[in-house]
Design a protein around this ligand. Structure first.
Ligand SMILES: C[S@@+](CC[C@H](N)C(=O)[O-])C[C@H]1O[C@@H](n2cnc3c(N)ncnc32)[C@H](O)[C@@H]1O
Length: 263
């Protein structure tokens, strides 16, 4: 490829990066994305987009590091303790009434901390209900970590110590999730912006994923989530994410950050 034919502009880079990564950066807010890209480029010594694109094509390690930098996969078990308390004490008791199984999804699951937290919560507090938990992310590297299931101490700052003791085994590399929890979750690579979603979910968690999406991309995604939920199903969002002005989606606030699909 002649890299000199790639325009040295953000738009030119976005267009060239899409087929290489499957990621259409037009769905992400330009200001923040451009800043993140420029900061990565300058910290790795690249001045222009064509030169940077060439380096990405030639160096898989650089490509993976850049993809990771773009997708921002910070996570934690039981992140935002109060919301998990509401989930346990208010939302799940209602959702599990007269049910023997639940179809759940952690969309944008990062290294598995969120879906495994769901699995632990279900095993600890709702053992009469059998959950199937789908966990998806666009980043292959975080999915690998999720499948390995090994975590560092700082992943557990919001985790009740009893859960850490009961559901993880200390190893040389970190704390390993036990098989009894691991087998409750299945991981898949998926781009939320382009994929067709499964339907019939009782519960979808999509938290701290849409922060960098444009308003149009967010609305499209929430529309798809609304269609994927069963009537009465719940969408759990991140602590800065509200569905203001989206009444037409048929998702009614149940409590802060929990929305219920209307019948
Ligand atoms: C900040 S993490 C959030 C992890 C977890 N949900 C939580 O709240 O702790 C955001 C995750 O969203 C994923 N992500 C970003 N854009 C995505 C897309 N278009 N499709 C699927 N996952 C995406 C990233 O790879 C990253 O792992």
């Amino acid at each position: 490829m002649h890299y000199s034919s790639v325009p040295n502009t953000y738009e030119g880079f976005v267009k060239a990066f899409h087929p290489r990564s499957g990621l259409d950066l037009n769905f992400y807010k330009q200001n923040q994305m451009q800043r993140r890209i420029m900061s990565f480029m300058s910290s790795h010594g690249y001045q222009g987009f064509p030169e940077f694109l060439k380096a990405l094509d030639e160096d898989k390690t650089l490509f993976d590091a850049f993809f990771k930098h773009l997708t921002i996969n910070v996570s934690q078990f039981f992140r935002d303790t109060n919301q998990w308390k509401t989930l346990q004490e208010v939302i799940l008791p209602k959702l599990t009434q007269r049910k023997t199984s639940l179809k759940m999804w952690s969309a944008g699951c990062s290294g598995g901390q969120e879906p495994y937290s769901l699995a632990i919560l279900m095993a600890e507090h709702f053992p009469q209900v059998r959950p199937t938990i789908l966990a998806t992310d666009i980043d292959e590297n975080v999915l690998k970590q999720a499948k390995d299931g090994i975590y560092k101490e700082n992943d557990f700052v919001s985790t009740p110590p009893a859960f850490l003791q009961k559901h993880f085994t200390p190893t040389d590399k970190g704390y390993q999730i036990k098989d009894s929890i691991k087998r409750m979750v299945s991981f898949q690579r998926q781009n939320l912006l382009t994929a067709r979603f499964e339907t019939g979910f009782d519960f979808i968690a999509c938290r701290n994923v849409v922060i960098y999406f444009t308003e149009e991309a967010k609305e499209m995604l929430y529309q798809k989530f609304a269609e994927s939920l069963k009537p009465g199903g719940i969408l759990f969002t991140g602590s800065t994410e509200h569905l203001f002005g989206m009444n037409h989606l048929g998702l009614k606030p149940m409590s802060s950050f929990f929305y219920q699909k209307q019948a």
